[in-house]
Design a protein around this ligand. Structure first.
Ligand SMILES: [Zn+2]
Length: 117
């Protein structure tokens, strides 16, 4: 997905997802530590209030932000809904083409830059 995002000018969306992933992991650790005696002494209300919106944002952003410029589909959402669930993450992370329409940004990059001289 990194390559697809970079070649289609959507790398910033991928970077937002990376930051959201770190925040979601940190908030998950904080949230579940509340049930383990709250060793860090976190504010329960604030931790809970931040945990759910951050995790929801993380998922929705990941599922919808990066779009195929050819067909408008989200390759991530498409992969979540099609194929086997156990390798969906691998397909999402390694995919370089749109799984819905087959658009390959590497082809359009070559078309834009023209033939090598
Ligand atoms: Zn497409």
């Amino acid at each position: 997905m990194f390559t697809f995002a970079r070649l289609t000018g959507q790398l910033w969306k991928y970077r937002v997802w990376q930051v959201a992933t770190v925040l979601a992991v940190v908030m998950s650790v904080a949230f579940f530590s509340l049930w383990r005696g709250n060793p860090a002494g976190l504010r329960e209300g604030m931790t809970t209030a931040l945990y759910f919106p951050i995790c929801l944002f993380w998922f929705v952003w990941w599922a919808t932000a990066i779009r195929c410029p050819a067909c408008g589909q989200s390759p991530v959402w498409y992969q979540m809904r099609h194929g086997k669930a156990d390798d969906a993450t691998a397909r999402i992370l390694t995919g370089t083409t749109c799984p819905a329409c087959g658009f390959d940004p590497r082809d359009s990059e070559a078309a834009v830059s023209g033939p090598a001289v």
